[in-house]
Unconditional design. Structure first.
Lengths: 567, 472
């Protein structure tokens, strides 16, 4: 899949900062400069001006988040610049329009800056012929085995050949043969015969990841993409090259040949494997997730995501997922029975006798509900920190997707996890009789199974079995993020919502749903039932979230608006 | 009578002339450098004070010198485009990659008179405030690299190079860098990439104009070996004097590499435009004519990249008659003065000034197959049209020279070639690989068609199915 939306043009409106060009005769005003792949302001290019004018220029090597290579030549356009008189002033036609000197040579739209008055032509017979020529050249040595190619359906070669190519090739020579099924690294396979040598993969790993792992060997038409001899292409970002490869040359070992892409339903989601919250698309079919791909968000992850996050979805379909509501002693009493009994016990619990451990992997809405409950019960609360490796590209050391939410909604201690010993002590001393655990195995965090055994009531909600779920008196099967809607607050205090891609297994329910029931049953407070309503309710009552609405979060999220968020 | 005019080649073939510093000094070597380093700021007639560097650059502009590497770009103009305000160092690179087939002039200078090149480089470097210069020498010239390194150490030991040159306070280091063994390393931006240790992938322009963003993203001048030697003579004679050599807009002297079917192949230095193709091929002072009984068939006038001329071809040239009016004249290609402008006007180019002469013993399809094979092997493979087109053409021509031709192959080749040049590629290699095909096929179409037809007839007579379909 190729992600090709460009960083949005920011026209400031001041005439000094903008210029007007024409695209196929239609005037369009664009900013003089725009951010390049590194965010440096550089002159606006023809391809950006065309995009602003709503005119697509087909391209292979150009990618807005990579340095420009200008090698595929698919984006060639014709252009002209205003003719100047002896006084260096532009000459005009009787009707006032500029007289244009058409350049005898074409230009690549991806690399050529625009200038005031420039006329760009993307629809002339010459441009059409140049595109046909490039496509024919690309196809002569291409295997043309689309029916068995994994890229079929999202292949730019297939797409452009239909749109801009000629029907029949004239090629009658023998094709160049190159290595097929090259094992580039633990997650990537390469078919060199399909490669069109656009160098996107090379530039991505060299310039974005700063791992100069890929290169070209041989010359001319025998040019071949290869990993550095004796080295594996194994950094934590390799799978992004599969996304940006415009053809089926680079494939994910995890995904290849598992599913035709046109069968996949794509759901907007957010990665849950670290505090960055890379925006993703979940590709699923018939309730099975087949892949995650990054979704462009300039404020969070650009067009990328890490391999660890991308592949961290398999557990969602595990056989041993928790799927039944359990109430110890009474077997499967169903949601109504279990929630009724829990509510009864919580209503009866004396102030201060309840503790709550809420995972920072829960959503803002869920944590908000748990916060309401905790305050009503006078419960001591905390979350569980989870840390690991980080890098200077995307990956955060904080492996919780919603640490900021847990903090802002008052559940996590500062520092996170610092109240866990107090909770353990409280249980040991008999002061804490009831423990609610949402989404964590607390036995590895100082609250041992022995301690859990002393509790009068242990309510646990989780998705996979662990020693804590085994000890639960009440077990409430919850959902993976992919199975529900909600929002997370990332490490930069950006609130991002995600949508439901697949159904949870068995009786499992989104936590937010049964928590709303439980909070109402315990506190008597009526709460909105929809996720939108709940979010907006939270935003109106929690100062940190003030001013946000679910609708305004949009697909790309919003930063918190308040001062509070910045502390 | 046309004759050689040896300026750069003046001494190097004299008996006893050696590539040593002592020999060079005996022949007046480094005296231009001495004069250059002694230059003082001077007030121009307009009242502007010109630094020694500005004076030198002015002389080069005045001389009308055009680059001898292939494109014939004005050297004075090239130097004037250098970004001198960036605060970055300015580099000078001598392009000694000489790999255009048929070209063998730069290596004469390198092998036989290396100090002349060094003197030209120090003068050019001084004129451009350069303190670090490179000689990028073709990988297949190991002996040339050795000779240059030897000359550099001699020049340094004697104070003509290195720190505080001749006590002037001016420093310049020159390093010899051996090329990576590819034709494309001679294209100036490919050369720069190669010098930086990368694949010689030519750079896109914009934004990577060497004069602004060249070597290590610093302003850089790339000049051919012969061009840099010519600079020495420009400064020695003065720009105006130099401009009197040759013809207007085609000033100075040029070393022509003459090869192919002539009696006396070799290198000849001429005043630009003062000898015609006919002189160069037939005059006893130059090629001395074709072998006995042979007839001229074709001329490749500027290295194999240049469009071929067919013997007897007439071209229209603009000329000024006695009363100064412009008139169009029809001339035989053999009567074209050998210079930059006439050959371009005639639809080809003088390129690297390599003339390859083909007589009637040459199979034109074989000749083109040979050229195309070279280009298919040398395309860097960056741009789609050049990468795929160069090999496609070579394969078709290989097929044609191995009994599998088709009558339609002339058109087939032309249509491939038409999709490569004209700015469709990053560098001029796109033109270099397609111009020969376009011109050979256009001018000798009947030979291509005849060969293809003969193959088709032979194949159908033997009822052997061809490997390839006869029509798409
Ligand atoms: C494919 C290609 C190969 C070239 N090879 C050479 C070469 O071997 N030597 C050379 O001096 N110039 C070569 N050139 C020309 C250079 O790019 C450049 O124009 C030249 O070095 C500039 O020097 P000049 O201005 O002194 O001629 C080549 C150009 C192209 C497009
Ligand atoms: S493998 Fe794909 S991304 Fe890499 S150069 Fe080839 S076509 Fe481009
Ligand atoms: S960087 Fe973090 S959020 Fe992004 S994909 Fe990796 S683990 Fe997921
Ligand atoms: S034109 Fe040919 S040689 Fe030049 S950059 Fe493109 S592919 Fe390389
Ligand atoms: S998109 Fe490849 S050359 Fe412009």
């Amino acid at each position: 899949m190729a992600i090709t939306s460009s960083p949005t043009a920011r026209a400031t409106g001041s005439p000094a900062d903008v210029l007007t060009v024409t695209v196929n005769g239609r005037p369009i005003t664009v900013p003089r400069t725009q951010p390049d792949w590194e965010g440096r302001m550089v002159p606006t290019t023809m391809i950006q001006a065309c995009e602003a004018a709503g005119v697509t220029v087909p391209h292979y090597c150009y990618h807005p988040r990579l340095p420009v290579a200008g090698n595929c030549r698919m984006c060639l356009v014709e252009y002209g610049v205003p003719a100047l008189g002896p006084d260096r002033q532009p000459l005009r036609n009787p009707d006032g329009s500029l007289i244009i000197n058409k350049s005898p040579r074409p230009a690549i739209a991806c690399a050529t800056p625009v200038s005031a008055g420039m006329a760009i032509y993307t629809d002339t017979p010459n441009v059409k012929a140049m595109r046909e020529g490039v496509l024919e050249f690309l196809l002569i040595n291409h295997p043309l085995d689309c029916p068995i190619c994994d890229q079929a359906g999202e292949c730019k070669l297939q797409e452009y050949s239909l749109e801009y190519g000629q029907a029949a090739s004239r090629f009658v020579e023998t094709k160049v043969h190159k290595p097929k099924a090259v094992d580039l690294g633990p997650r990537i396979m390469l078919d060199d015969e399909r490669c069109i040598l656009c160098t996107r993969c090379i530039r991505f790993t060299r310039d974005v990841v700063k791992d100069d792992a890929l290169g070209i060997v041989n010359r001319g038409s025998y040019n071949t993409i290869a990993a550095y001899p004796g080295r594996q292409f194994d950094n934590n970002y390799t799978l992004n090259t599969v996304d940006i490869c415009p053809v089926g040359a680079l494939t994910s070992k995890d995904f290849r040949f598992k599913m035709r892409v046109w069968f996949l339903k794509e759901t907007k989601s957010v990665c849950t494997s670290c505090a960055r919250g890379c925006n993703t698309l979940i590709g699923s079919r018939e309730n099975v997730i087949y892949r995650l791909t990054p979704r462009d968000n300039p404020e969070v992850n650009q067009s990328w995501m890490c391999d660890v996050g991308r592949l961290n979805y398999k557990w969602i379909g595990r056989e041993d997922r928790l799927r039944e509501v359990r109430a110890r002693g009474s077997g499967n009493t169903g949601w109504t029975g279990a929630l009724g009994e829990i509510a009864r016990r919580l209503r009866a619990a004396p102030q201060g006798s309840v503790a709550l451990i809420a995972s920072a992997r829960l959503t803002n809405e869920e944590l908000y509900l748990l916060g309401l409950l905790a305050r009503h019960l006078g419960a001591i609360t905390d979350s569980i920190p989870r840390t690991g490796d980080f890098d200077h590209i995307l990956v955060q050391a904080d492996k919780n997707p919603n640490s900021a939410g847990a903090r802002l909604l008052g559940l996590a201690a500062e520092p996170m996890g610092s109240r866990l010993p107090a909770i353990a002590d409280g249980i040991r001393a008999g002061a804490i009789r009831t423990l609610l655990v949402f989404g964590e195995d607390v036995t590895s965090r100082g609250v041992s199974t022995d301690l859990l055994a002393r509790l009068e009531t242990l309510v646990v909600s989780d998705v996979l079995p662990n020693p804590t779920t085994a000890a639960a008196h009440f077990l409430l099967p919850g959902c993976a993020a992919a199975e529900k809607r909600g929002s997370f607050t990332n490490f930069k205090n950006r609130v991002q919502r995600f949508q439901k891609a697949v159904e949870p297994p068995g009786d499992a329910r989104p936590e937010v749903e049964f928590l709303a029931d439980l909070v109402t049953a315990v506190t008597g407070r009526k709460l909105p039932t929809s996720i939108e309503g709940l979010f907006n309710h939270m935003a109106s009552s929690v100062p940190a979230f003030a001013g946000l609405t679910w609708a305004e979060l949009g697909d790309l999220g919003q930063p918190l608006k308040t001062e509070l968020a910045r502390t | 009578m046309p004759a050689e005019y040896r300026l750069i080649l003046k001494h190097l073939d004299e008996p006893g002339y050696e590539p040593t510093l002592a020999c060079y000094l005996r022949h007046g070597g480094y005296s231009v450098l001495r004069r250059v380093l002694a230059l003082e700021p001077r007030v121009s007639p307009e009242g502007k004070t010109l630094s020694p560097q500005e004076q030198l650059r002015q002389e080069v502009s005045l001389s009308g010198l055009r680059g001898r590497g292939g494109a014939g770009f004005s050297t004075g103009m090239k130097w004037s485009l250098v970004d001198r305000k960036s605060g970055k160092p300015i580099y000078l690179i001598c392009n000694a990659d000489e790999s255009e087939p048929g070209t063998f002039k730069d290596r004469q200078i390198i092998h036989k008179d290396p100090h002349q090149l060094l003197e030209g480089m120090v003068v050019s470097a001084y004129a451009n405030d350069v303190h670090l210069a490179y000689i990028y020498i073709r990988g297949e010239f190991p002996q040339g690299a050795k000779i240059l390194n030897q000359a550099i150490s001699e020049a340094k030991a004697a104070g003509y190079l290195g720190k505080n040159i001749l006590g002037s306070g001016y420093d310049l280091e020159i390093y010899v860098h051996r090329g990576a063994g590819a034709y494309i390393c001679g294209e100036e931006t490919g050369l720069i990439e190669s010098l930086e240790g990368k694949r010689p992938y030519p750079r896109i322009k914009p934004p990577y104009f060497p004069a602004v963003l060249g070597l290590y993203q610093c302003p850089t001048i790339v000049n051919n070996v012969e061009t840099l030697c010519a600079v020495k003579h420009v400064i020695e004679m003065g720009g105006a004097e130099y401009a009197k050599l040759g013809t207007p807009n085609n000033t100075g002297t040029r070393i022509v590499s003459l090869s192919g079917c002539v009696w006396r192949p070799g290198y000849y230095e001429i005043e630009v435009g003062k000898a015609t193709l006919r002189d160069l091929i037939f005059d006893p002072a130059f090629g001395g004519g074709l072998r006995d009984g042979r007839k001229l068939k074709a001329i490749i006038p500027g290295g194999v990249s240049a469009k071929v001329f067919k013997a007897g071809e007439k071209v229209k040239l603009k000329a000024r008659n006695a009363d100064g009016r412009e008139v169009e004249q029809e001339v035989d290609v053999l009567d074209l003065p050998y210079d930059f402008t006439s050959l371009i006007a005639a639809g080809s180019m003088s390129g690297s000034s390599a003339i390859i002469v083909l007589d009637d013993s040459v199979d034109i399809v074989e000749a083109l197959a040979n050229i195309s094979e070279f280009f298919a092997h040398e395309s860097c493979g960056q741009c789609t049209p050049c990468r795929e087109g160069s090999l496609w053409m070579a394969k078709a021509l290989h097929r044609m020279t191995h009994g599998e031709g088709r009558a339609m192959d002339a058109d087939y080749l032309a249509r491939i070639a038409d999709n490569i040049p004209g700015g469709r590629t990053i560098c001029a290699f796109g033109e270099a690989c397609s111009w020969p095909v376009q011109s050979f096929v256009a001018k000798f179409k009947e030979e291509f068609v005849a060969k293809g037809k003969a193959d088709e007839e032979r194949r159908s007579a033997s009822r052997q199915p061809a490997d390839v379909p006869s029509a798409p």
